[in-house]
Design a protein around this ligand. Structure first.
Ligand SMILES: Nc1ncnc2c1ncn2[C@@H]1O[C@H](COP(=O)(O)OP(=O)(O)OP(=O)(O)O)[C@@H](O)[C@H]1O
Length: 442
């Protein structure tokens, strides 16, 4: 049996008055696999612990199967939690560890068959008589999962279960977790800071930043229609290219996005999304281009809807199946919070002033809770300043096939597919494609 989980305006406030989680509302359907994704300190574990009953809910309501459950004791919630650090009993064998929750529930019964069935499911039948000290990290995590699974709970709660394991192993265990939860049909909430893990596991992914829910969507929608620049920057490898731009929308000439030394001319007739950018005339915005939205090709090969740029090859990164070409187009990388960076834990006055970003990097905002700083610096006349502050180093990463031969130092022509253009306003909200529009999603 699996159950639904609903959070309504849930907040968690710790003693010193700061919110770890702020006004989070979400619904997990029975049997659904929801991933909570966000950088360190954004409140993911706190949400999970509130669902488990290990943390008191300061404000808002939790419903399990539609029943108000804020005060339900943890052992009556029928949830099973798997932690990052395995937490096995060191003096118990695998058999005893897996059977322990069953024994607690019914000390007199023979749990052998159920323990063995669970071990078979996780391919650890051969390890039943071993102690945790005689197991590898991956095996120990499998035993921990076996212990969570054995009593057939109605909700699984995973708190970064793979983050302590070697890089190779998690991919294998990832697939096992996915098939296990699907096979059992149990509602699952899974916490991770690893976007590729989130995208490969989740039916839906909820992105948190500083305790605030940014977006909850399917992995496909998160990638193709990020609600804001933070989500866009967090999801996808290599990271989306984010460039400062100014909207140039004269009445008597072609509309363009000025990137500093070059500009992206928008195709005519303007698409509905591009039409809407007109109101941003003269304003600073952020242009987002995924690495697959740009190709190295001369203007003569341009397809309808592609705009030409040029770039100086700074660095070529061979990945085997593909090549990432780092280019300098004379643009300015946008100032976006770095999703990989933990929230600063000391007051602003003691914080060091961040150094300017290196090539391909982004600068980090000091975290603020109430009013978030605008994402783009500069005002309506930002173009001149932008020109002056043009960076040295790469500002655009383009993905090409392994046969694409470019060398560092070469000036190359680029074609940008404007159907894959993202534009975010100065607060970081996506304005193109327009928020209500869901092109290409069936
Ligand atoms: N008991 C506590 N008292 C005060 N603050 C706390 C407490 N527990 C957590 N916090 C704070 O709440 C915020 C959210 O913590 P939480 O552990 O939920 O984040 P997280 O996203 O799971 O991070 P990580 O990925 O690093 O585990 C953090 O700033 C953390 O310092």
């Amino acid at each position: 049996m699996s159950r639904s989980i609903a959070l309504r305006h849930v907040s968690k406030k710790y003693d010193r008055g700061s919110y770890a989680v702020q006004d989070v509302s979400l619904m997990v359907e029975p049997g659904e696999f929801l991933v909570l994704l966000g950088p360190s300190g954004c409140g993911k574990s706190t949400v999970l612990r509130m669902i488990a009953g290990l943390e008191h809910i300061s404000e808002g309501e939790l419903f399990l199967d539609g029943v108000h459950s804020n005060e339900t004791p943890p052992h009556q919630r029928d949830t099973a939690m798997v932690f990052q650090n395995f937490a096995l009993y060191p003096s118990m064998t695998t058999r005893e560890n897996i059977g322990f929750p069953l024994k607690l529930r019914d000390p007199a019964a023979d749990h052998g068959p159920q323990v063995e069935a669970t071990a078979r499911m996780l391919a650890i039948e051969d390890l039943l008589e071993r102690l945790p000290g005689q197991l590898s990290g991956g095996e120990r995590q499998r035993v921990a999962m076996g212990r969570a699974v054995s009593r057939r709970p109605s909700v699984f709660l995973f708190d970064e279960p793979l983050s302590n394991l070697d890089a190779k192993l998690p991919e294998h265990l990832r697939a096992e977790i996915s098939s296990l939860t699907k096979e059992l049909g149990v509602t699952t909430v899974y916490v991770t800071h690893d976007q590729s893990e989130a995208m490969s596991l989740g039916d839906r992914v909820a992105v948190l930043r500083e305790g605030v829910l940014q977006q909850i969507s399917s992995p496909e929608e998160l990638y193709t229609l990020p609600a804001n620049v933070f989500v866009a920057a967090f999801v996808g490898t290599p990271r989306i290219n984010l460039l400062e731009a100014v909207v140039h929308a004269p009445l008597d000439a072609r509309m363009a996005l000025n990137l500093g030394r070059q500009s992206l001319a928008l195709p005519v007739p303007l698409s509905a999304d591009h039409q809407l950018l007109r109101v941003q005339q003269g304003r600073p915005v952020i242009v987002g281009l995924r690495s697959e939205a740009v190709r190295i090709a001369p203007p003569s090969e341009a397809r309808p809807g592609e705009a030409a740029l040029t770039g100086l090859v700074e660095h070529v990164e061979y990945q085997g199946h593909e090549v990432l070409v780092h280019l300098n187009t004379g643009s300015r990388p946008a100032v976006v919070p770095d999703p990989e960076t933990a929230r600063p834990r000391f007051p602003a006055s003691r914080r060091r002033v961040p150094r300017p970003p290196g090539p391909g990097r982004v600068r980090v905002f000091p975290a603020r809770r109430k009013s978030r700083p605008p994402i783009v610096s500069g005002g309506p006349s930002a173009t001149a300043a932008q020109e002056r502050r043009t960076t040295v180093g790469s500002d655009l990463v383009v993905r090409t096939g392994p046969q694409g031969r470019v060398r560092s130092g070469a000036q190359v022509p680029l074609l940008v597919d404007l159907a894959q253009l993202y534009v975010f306003d100065h607060r970081g909200r996506r304005i193109c494609p327009a928020p209500d529009d869901v092109p290409g999603l069936d």
